[in-house]
Ligand binder design. Structure first.
Ligand SMILES: CC(C)(COP(=O)(O)OP(=O)(O)OC[C@H]1O[C@@H](n2cnc3c(N)ncnc32)[C@H](O)[C@@H]1OP(=O)(O)O)[C@@H](O)C(=O)NCCC(=O)NCCS
Length: 178
């Protein structure tokens, strides 16, 4: 299967925050934003692999700035790395006040989607080719993020997380272990 450039999967999604999307503070509800982010991530995954795919995990969703009623939600999603059957998707979210004409960062997150065959079994996806400096930087960090999320999901033993271990291990500490 031929690799695909990261830019192929890039999508932009816009929504406007309506009263039914808000909490009692007049801000966009976190759950509604996660729903939109999940849709954006699914579209990016679909553009990369051209197969149906499913959310396997979402990491580190922290909301920096609330998005106000009547503001526009701007979501950008792009596949940051493809593994065997799974794809990591990087999402960035901004709010935009159209009347006062300013844009502000809201949050960012990584979603993992798994491509499925017609019987619902994971299937292989094309490799991802990063091109820009930012794509390469995010691609390089993806192995560590993958190991961390698999450990947290109980799907990998910490002992097997070579990328993570390398972060915390110095040549001296290897000597101490032995
Ligand atoms: C995601 C799912 C298809 C994976 O199936 P599985 O039988 O666990 O498959 P495997 O263990 O063979 O893993 C398949 C891939 O998923 C990845 N994966 C599995 N669980 C994961 C998790 N919690 N986080 C990140 N990736 C995960 C594996 O790393 C593997 O990736 P790779 O092939 O690129 O190495 C399955 O767990 C599932 O159906 N989960 C429910 C998904 C769902 O309902 N989503 C909607 C949310 S409401």
């Amino acid at each position: 299967m031929e690799g695909k450039n990261a830019g192929v999967s890039f999508i932009i999604m816009n929504e406007i925050v309506l009263p039914n999307d808000t909490n009692t503070f007049g801000n966009l509800m976190g759950g509604r934003l996660m729903y939109w982010m999940d849709i954006a991530a699914g579209m990016a995954a679909g553009k990369h692999c051209n197969f149906p795919s499913m959310t396997a995990s979402v990491d580190n969703l922290s909301f920096k700035t609330p998005i106000k009623l009547g503001n526009v939600v701007h979501i950008e999603a792009k596949v940051s790395r493809a593994f065997t059957t799974s794809m990591e998707i990087h999402i960035k979210v901004w709010g935009e006040d159209l009347l006062k004409q300013y844009t502000y960062e809201s949050n960012e997150a990584y979603f993992t989607f798994v491509a499925l065959d017609p019987s619902g079994k994971p299937r292989s996806v094309p490799a991802l080719i990063p091109e820009t400096d930012e794509e390469k930087r995010i691609f390089d960090g993806a192995l560590r993020r993958r190991q961390l999320r698999l450990i947290l999901a109980g799907k990998m033993k910490p002992h097997d997380a070579a990328e993570l271990k390398a972060l915390f291990t110095t040549p001296e500490s290897i000597g101490e272990e032995n």
